[in-house]
Write a protein that binds this ligand. Structure first.
Ligand code: EPS
Length: 370
């Protein structure tokens, strides 16, 4: 495989470039009987879209999904679902000046050295445009999880540069296009982003994503651990440089007596583990965070080489995101939903006949996968 497919029982293959005629995906293994219409994709695609706020790229894509297969009379049929989104607002002339020079910190260099031939328009295949169809595939995974277990997958921006939200007001998150969870610091964040945009620079961000309720039992020892697959899926999002599960890097300073989530009949007393023990979901919310780098397409001149090896200066003009973390919220949700849905189907395949030893927590009811 050449790296464009992920998932085992629910496998998603994406294709397309930022400035090609279209992008799309094929979702294979989706259970039959799930209601699905083209409009169902609109909400999440709009949450991810460029041009919703002055703080993101101003490219204006329609992001209209066409369902080419796998749905009949409004229900999935169990056959491959092919989705297509046509690119309608590519402006390739923006890339004329940098087509032959490598943006420092960009995949320009590695694609060129690996393949020897590349589509430089809009970053080609390395563009965040590809994440559009992941979000579309995620809509189906979210719907499956919601119908099976009432699972809701949601994400928010946790930190942008030096500004960190200490509180989480989930109702507030969706009320602004910045997906910021803390009303009291939103103004400070807006001012920071305005200053950043004027300076022509970019900034990194931390995104938090969680799923709940998640049934006990998802994940396979040892190489199919739920956290391992989540980390791989989240790391595959453009610009992600680190993934944390549960307390993540903070475990370095913790003691076992602090980190363990003590258990009583009433449930777990805390969730330092992020809902995963031994690579298998515990029934607690699954919690992850991703760190996204400041993007390399900036207006501040930098030193580089061109494809002929000549030293040159590079400046990236055009319509770029000063903070890609903002638009990563629905992408992180989609990747988590796809990993969980895939693990549900794999769990069923192996363990459908397991005799359930029964719930041990008072809160447990029908929350075991199966
Ligand atoms: C992107 C660069 C910009 C963004 C694009 C991601 O593309 P362009 O230079 O063609 O305007 O607009 O994001 C999208 C189009 C999208 O839908 O997410 C990049 O280099 O990754």
């Amino acid at each position: 495989m050449a790296g464009n497919t992920f998932g085992q029982s629910l496998a998603v293959t994406t294709f397309g470039e930022s400035h090609g005629p279209a992008i799309g995906c094929v979702i294979d293994g989706c259970p039959p009987g799930i209601p699905l219409a083209e409009d169902d994709f609109d909400h999440d695609l709009a949450r991810r879209a460029t041009g919703r706020t002055r703080h993101t790229s101003q490219r204006r894509e329609e992001d209209r999904v066409e369902i080419l297969s796998g749905v009949y009379q409004g229900l999935t049929t169990g056959t491959p679902i092919a989705l297509l989104i046509r690119n309608t607002d590519a402006r390739s002339k923006d890339y004329g000046a940098i087509a032959e020079r490598f943006r420092p910190g960009h995949a320009d260099f590695t694609y060129w050295r690996k393949y020897g031939h590349r589509d430089p328009r809009g970053g080609g295949r390395s563009s965040a445009r590809e994440t559009t169809v992941r979000v579309a595939a995620g809509v189906i995974a979210k719907r499956f999880l919601e119908r099976q277990y009432g699972t809701r997958v949601r994400a928010c921006l946790r930190q942008v540069g030096p500004i960190r939200a200490a509180q989480t007001d989930w109702d507030f998150v969706e009320s602004t296009p910045l997906f910021w969870p803390e009303p009291s610091s939103l103004e400070q964040l807006e001012a920071f982003l305005d200053g950043l945009r004027k300076s022509g620079d970019s900034i990194g961000a931390l995104v938090e994503v969680e799923a709940a309720p998640v049934p006990v039992g998802l994940g396979e020892p040892v190489y199919g651990k739920l956290d391992a697959e989540l980390a791989a899926a989240l790391m595959s999002i453009n610009a992600v440089k680190a993934v944390e599960i549960g307390d993540g890097l903070a475990v370095v300073e913790q003691r076992g007596s602090q980190h363990r989530d003590q258990i009583s009949r009433d449930g777990f007393a805390s969730n330092h583990a992020g809902g995963i023990l031994g690579g298998i979901s515990s029934g607690q919310p699954v919690v992850a965070r991703i760190a996204l780098k400041p993007t390399s397409s900036i207006l501040i001149p930098g030193n580089t080489l061109d494809v002929h090896g000549e030293p040159v200066e590079v400046v990236t003009k055009g319509r770029h995101d000063p903070c890609v973390g903002i638009r990563a919220i629905p992408i992180a949700e989609a990747m988590m939903a796809l990993v969980l849905a895939d693990q549900v189907l794999r769990h069923r395949a192996q363990n459908a006949d397991v005799v359930d030893p029964g719930p041990v927590l008072a809160s447990e009811g029908h929350d075991k996968a199966g």
